[in-house]
Design a protein around this ligand. Structure first.
Ligand code: ADP
Ligand code: MG
Length: 624
């Protein structure tokens, strides 16, 4: 497509973008054609634009259903800043304010109406407002954003979303567009069914997020200092995810005490406090949010530069979505997972607690699923393969590996010979089998390390010849070896009920000395804090900006913050980091040049062009 293509011209005029992101154009064209559609694009893929641009080009109002007030407000603000007439109706408005907005809609002055599902489906809203509106101004389409909320299989199920299928019945000639970032097949199918979409055009974008750097690090005594160093060296916003509320509170206080502007966020804080913390984070008043997974869908902040999982996530899907909150703006961002031995125990403990609330019987299905999910996360953490390839394979998307932007690609872990240890572990399993005893990895490792537990001694395990022969290795190393043997097919594990280790033909080859066992150095031991390595990874994570542009970028950020505060909007509403980076690189000093910066549309050129170009002009002399 050339720059003179009318669709691209509209894209630049309204949003200031020179080109579509992958997948966007096809969705926009289908939306313009007026068929139902289901678009699945990762977080940061740019879903909003896929319905906002058609809303501007089609006749009538586009009605957008959004699950959270914060999301609605955010989008309406962003649109307003691009000079686009959009409004929302929800419970935060006074009766008078809502009536005024409804009048404006009836006069055809509004292009997009954001509305909560409860409101949309409340008595009378459809009959006495929407249906008449369709006859006069027209309704171009219904967009269901965050459409996975309709599915019980998803993580944010909202019963009100179920009612939305009524739209399909009542407005048979208005197209319905569903958008979601869910990666699971089951949820996708459920969306189309629950919303009664009519032969929807299906768009599934790649889930690869090339700008995200992925790494796994051991969690230990030095982790907090690493976290601190990371927050200090990366000036941009970050999120630290923890499993428990208690941990969130502790960690945010520790960060505060160390001079980092951090706030906690979890479901145990009251609504007012949560809103305030989220607001201060979005406005860049604080740098770091320490949170449980309760801090999620509502964050549309595009310039989160890093996400650190300080505890092991519960599932790969969860990890992908949480880490994916980094770098929505397409600029480099880092995702680091800390992984420690204690995490496995905590996770197993939590799984064992999944019991029936009345009878106390274990919920076996749930426990089995949770164990399987845990195993997948552990496999990811342990893997020596390209992290991106492992993640995408999990979602059924092929990737050739060697992404060049993860720890395993940049700094591969060396292979080591673990044949001796493998023999010790396998013979422990063999000895137990001789006694007709079958155990899971935990007990086998305890035996190898010679644990003096009541359980082992009363079972007579301390009389086994293998008892204590592995005391020289940490339990974590033995865990890593066990997982590696399972992955290499040199050991088996039953998956029904409690997992139990079993030998197979390959195990016997190792025991007879016919086969050697290689394993990547365990995460805990492999990566020192070698300066060269750390620096290389930091550059890959985009945390070390080019020093020449750096000063100007920081000056532009300060100007952005000042303007945002004056206008009472979050800084990213003024410009996102990608735009500031382009300014720092290209240094436009007049309006013409400024218009060429990505993210600068007609409205922003008028409104901000002078201030920013003035800063760039003034900044240059004292830099030379
Ligand atoms: P999603 O809803 O898919 O997570 P958003 O619609 O919030 O993503 O968009 C994420 C970011 O990408 C926003 O900052 C948006 O301005 C930016 N963006 C969207 N489309 C483009 C594009 N074509 N070119 C550059 N930036 C874009
Ligand atoms: Mg979105």
């Amino acid at each position: 497509m050339t720059a003179t293509d009318p669709l691209h011209a509209e894209l630049k005029r309204h949003f200031g973008f020179d080109s579509f992101r992958p997948g966007q154009e096809a969705v926009v064209r289908d939306a313009l054609a007026g068929r139902d559609l289901l678009a699945i694009m990762p977080t940061g893929g740019g879903k909003s634009l896929c319905f906002q641009l058609p809303a501007l080009l089609k006749e009538g109002v586009m009605v957008v259903v959004s699950p959270l007030i914060a999301l609605m407000q955010d989008q309406v603000r962003l649109l307003a800043d691009n000079g686009i007439a959009a409004t929302f109706l929800n419970s935060t408005l006074s009766g008078a304010e809502a009536a005024q907005r409804i009048q404006a809609l009836r006069r055809g002055e509004t292009r997009l109406l954001y509305v909560a599902p409860e409101r949309l489906l409340s008595p009378g809203f459809i009959e006495s407002f929407l249906q008449p509106l369709r006859e006069t101004v027209g309704i171009s389409a219904f967009t269901i954003d965050e459409a996975h909320c309709v599915s019980e299989w998803g993580h944010d199920f909202r019963p009100e979303y179920r009612q939305l299928s009524r739209l399909r019945e009542l407005f048979s000639d208005v197209p319905v567009f569903a958008f979601t970032a869910t990666a699971t097949q089951r949820v996708r199918e459920d969306i189309a069914r629950q919303l009664s979409l009519h032969q929807p055009a299906l768009h599934v974008a790649s889930f690869n997020r090339p700008n995200l750097y992925y790494a796994v690090k051991p969690r230990g005594a030095r982790s907090f200092d690493e976290l601190l160093a990371h927050a200090r060296s990366t000036r941009g916003s970050g999120i630290v995810y923890c499993l428990s509320r208690k941990r969130v509170d502790e960690l945010s206080s520790e960060l505060q005490a160390a001079g980092i502007a951090a706030l906690p966020y979890h479901a145990g804080l009251d609504g007012e406090t949560r809103r305030e913390h989220q607001d201060r984070y979005i406005r860049d008043d604080v740098q770091v949010m320490v949170a449980t997974v309760a801090f999620g869908m509502g964050i549309n902040k595009p310039d989160v530069r890093w996400v650190i999982h300080y505890d092991l996530p519960r599932s790969m899907e969860g990890y992908y979505q949480e880490a994916g909150r980094a770098g929505r703006d397409g600029e480099p961002a880092g995702c680091i997972l800390y992984f420690g031995m204690g995490d496995i125990r905590t996770a197993e403990f939590l799984i064992a607690q999944k019991v029936h609330p009345q009878t106390g019987e274990p919920l076996e299905d749930e426990q089995r699923i949770a164990r399987q999910q845990l195993r997948q996360v552990l496999d990811y953490a342990d893997s020596t393969e390209c992290r991106r390839a492992v993640q995408l394979r999990y979602f059924g998307e092929p990737h050739p590996g060697s992404c060049g932007n993860c720890d395993n690609c940049i700094n591969p872990r060396p292979l080591q010979d673990w044949t001796l240890e493998a023999k010790q572990l396998l013979s422990a399993v063999a000895r137990l089998a001789q006694r007709r005893q079958r155990y899971g990895a935990g007990t086998v490792i305890d035996i190898l390390r010679g644990a003096k537990t009541e359980k082992l001694i009363s079972a007579g395990h301390d009389t086994l010849t293998v008892y204590g022969i592995g005391a020289g290795r940490s339990a974590e190393d033995w865990r890593s070896l066990t997982r590696s043997l399972l992955q290499q097919g040199v050991l088996e594990e039953t998956h029904d009920g409690y997992p139990v280790l079993l030998l197979n033909a390959a195990s016997w080859e190792v025991l007879r000395g016919e086969r050697t066992v290689q394993m990547a150095a365990p995460v805990a031991a492999a990566r020192g804090s070698g300066k060269g390595r750390a620096a290389k990874a930091a550059v890959a994570a985009g945390v070390v900006p080019d020093s020449e542009e750096d000063g100007l970028f920081e000056a532009l950020r300060a100007l952005r913050k000042k303007i945002a505060t004056e206008h009472g909007v979050p800084p990213y509403v003024v410009f996102n980091d990608a735009s500031l980076r382009a300014m720092a690189r290209e240094r436009p000093t007049d309006q013409d040049a400024f218009a060429g910066i990505p993210g600068v549309g007609a409205k922003k050129l008028d409104e901000y062009g002078w201030d920013f170009t003035a800063l760039i002009r003034e900044w240059q002399p004292d830099k030379r």
